[in-house]
Design a protein around this ligand. Structure first.
Ligand code: G6P
Length: 611
């Protein structure tokens, strides 16, 4: 959470930082602020979005060629102007932006108060900036040393950028836990929480590692550890185009990302499905394939939508590879003292690659000597660097806070992994293996077919946009789809929604059903078709409104349901990839019709770097 941008060079910093903050706004949008170093350091900050900050600074002199900006997702202290970043130290020697949490801030604050420091905000960040100043003044040391001394006292996570008034030609950046990327231009450097604010300026970047400190002057970069050991920066090229992070004519990023799914899924399996569609190659897993093949158990961890993808993965691995699978919320797994064997394989799923709980769960699994794999979307993020091996989803940047194309890309990777593994373990026949690969290859075209019904989804959305509750039901592979459909609706339209295994409806949710309750049932043809038809009848018998996702041409459910959303026929093990599409679009249209901010839903952030 929180987005950070910094610039040092010869160009005007204000437009660079403001544009960068707009790109990072998906990380948090409670407040925004900017600091410009120009003689003195000028700080402007405002509750609300980056555009509020732009309006706020309309009449100010915002010239300068060194500076930093921040967009906040509030943790310590409510979203207001005072708690907004950048924060300044009491004597104005230092200015700082921060993404993360200083866990021991209250002890540090007491120590600083005992030394005469006073605080304006309720934030942990203001404690850090004052701690830096405290060491700076106490030891008469350089700004850089003061930063390193202060950080050595900090428990928690941080990505920071710091400016020192007395050393106005440099910025200092440091990370632990929260991501930071440095972009290398001509006589200029950029700093950001991810590469999206950087790619319009340069494609050469350095991803900071934990405990790295970078000292940036216009034409000099020094990288070192917190303990002052100098490091050789590893420069990488970003594989991302500007078009990928723009709306390209769509009203919202979420809509663009939903419609991108035929392409993003192809990007996920490109180069991984052989051209004759007879084999799967997952280069990132080659070194650990033996371990996966002989795994005692697979444990899948994730949060939010990634956890839902993990549930689909459980069904895939168990059905085809016949390996027992557990799927856990990363936040529960890490704190419940789980039994982990050294021949377990743990798969961490994360779009951002930065989710704090997932990262901590990976650490725990590694301590217990399990083999840990990652399925991530953001290249160079923390999770791929912390895991033993993994597979990138290559879905392209996902900006809409509610995840859509990342989900289908994650399920695609899980399907490829499960099929590869089952073929190696000989738990499926060659024929079945080839047939499933061919069907996976057909999925993008089938999603195209599904997307053609967008106007119909919009029409149905208009009928139920004012509902106060929704129920989503599914069995087998469609239970996770039901959970994901309900989550999409909650996240962006603020309508209460619950996803349930269809058979469990009888054990509680059925009591909620009346003529006002839309029930979305995922009921495509598969082995539990007859059962789900009965569940639909149970809903109808209680006057519930049934919106059913069905296989094209289904007449049985068409005669029972109030509305049907057709998707092409496919293997049921891959059908999550199709059936989720109408649910994404239904939520999208309902949210738009309710006037909600679809791309930036209230209280949420895309990258959850706090626990
Ligand atoms: C947040 C996002 C969700 C996402 C979840 C896990 O809650 O809003 O869309 O599913 O975090 O994020 P990850 O990046 O680990 O997949």
């Amino acid at each position: 959470m929180c987005g950070i941008v910094g610039y040092i060079g010869l160009k005007q910093v204000y437009p660079i930082v403001i544009n960068g903050l707009k790109r990072l706004e998906y990380r948090g949008y409670d407040s925004a602020g900017i600091a410009i170093v120009n003689g003195d350091t000028h700080v402007f900050k405002k509750q609300g979005k980056v555009n509020d900050l732009v309006q706020f600074t309309e009449n100010d002199n915002v010239t300068g060629i060194i500076g930093m900006g921040h967009t906040r997702w509030a943790t310590h202290g409510e979203p207001n102007d005072i708690n907004a970043h950048p924060h300044r130290s009491m004597n104005n020697y230092f200015t700082l932006i921060h993404n993360g949490i200083i866990e021991n801030y209250s002890g540090l604050k007491k120590k600083l108060e005992a030394n005469g420091y006073e605080f304006k905000s309720e934030t942990d960040t203001e404690v850090l900036v004052n701690l830096i100043e405290y060491y700076y003044l106490k030891g008469s040391v350089s700004g850089e040393l003061a930063v390193r001394l202060a950080l050595s006292k900090v428990i928690g996570a941080y990505g920071i950028v710091v400016a020192c008034t007395k050393e106005p030609d440099q910025l200092i950046a440091a990370r632990k836990g929260s991501p930071l990327v440095i972009g290398i231009g001509n006589d200029e450097y950029f700093i950001a929480s991810d590469a999206t604010p950087i790619i319009e300026h340069t494609k050469s970047v350095i991803y900071l590692n934990n405990d790295n400190v970078a000292i940036l002057k216009r034409n000099e970069l020094v990288l070192k550890t917190l303990d002052d050991i100098e490091l050789t920066p590893k420069i990488q090229e970003i594989q991302m185009d500007l078009g990928e992070i723009e709306k390209n004519g769509y009203d919202h990023f979420m809509l663009k990302e939903i419609f991108e799914q035929p392409k993003s899924i192809k990007d996920t399996f490109r180069g991984r499905l052989s051209s004759d569609l007879k084999n799967i190659r997952l280069g990132g897993l080659l070194d650990v394939m033996d371990k996966i093949e002989n795994a005692r158990r697979i444990i899948i961890i994730g949060c939010g939508t990634s956890w839902h993808a993990g549930l689909v993965g459980e069904y895939l691995f168990e059905e085809y590879a016949r390996i027992p699978v557990e799927v856990e919320y990363a936040s529960e797994f890490r704190y419940r003292n789980p039994v982990i064997y050294d021949d377990d394989v743990v798969i961490a799923i994360s779009q951002s690659g930065e989710t704090a709980d997932t990262l901590a769960a990976i650490g725990l699994a590694k301590e217990q000597k399990a083999t840990v794999l990652g399925i991530c979307n953001v290249v160079g993020s923390s999770i791929p660097r912390e895991t033993h091996a993994g597979v990138y989803t290559h879905a392209g940047p996902e900006i809409g806070v509610a995840s859509t194309k990342a989900f289908t890309a994650q399920v695609t990777v899980l399907a490829m992994m499960a099929l590869k593994l089952s073929h190696k373990r000989k738990t499926i026949t060659d024929e079945k293996y080839h047939q499933l690969i061919q069907e996976l290859n057909n999925i993008p075209a089938k999603i195209e077919e599904t997307l053609k019904f967008n106007e119909e989804y919009k029409r149905i959305a208009s009928l139920y946009k004012d509902a106060t509750n929704f129920l989503y039901l599914g069995r087998g592979y469609f239970f996770p789809v039901a959970l994901e459909g309900a989550l999409k609706l909650k996240e962006i339209s603020y309508i209460h929604a619950e996803g349930y295994p269809a058979a469990e409806m009888k054990h509680g949710p059925i009591a909620l059903i009346d003529s006002n309750m839309p029930v979305v049932v995922i009921a495509t043809k598969d082995r539990s078709y007859e059962k789900i038809v009965s569940n639909i009848q149970e809903v109808k018998a209680r006057s519930g409104i049934v919106i059913a996702v069905v296989t094209t041409g289904d007449t049985i459910i068409r005669n029972m349901a109030d509305h049907v959303l057709e998707v092409p026929e496919t293997e049921s093990s891959l059908a999550a990839l199709l059936t989720v599409i109408p649910l994404q679009l239904l939520s999208y249209h309902i949210a738009v019709m309710r006037g909600c901010n679809v791309d930036q839903p209230r209280n949420l952030a895309k990258s959850v770097t706090v626990e």
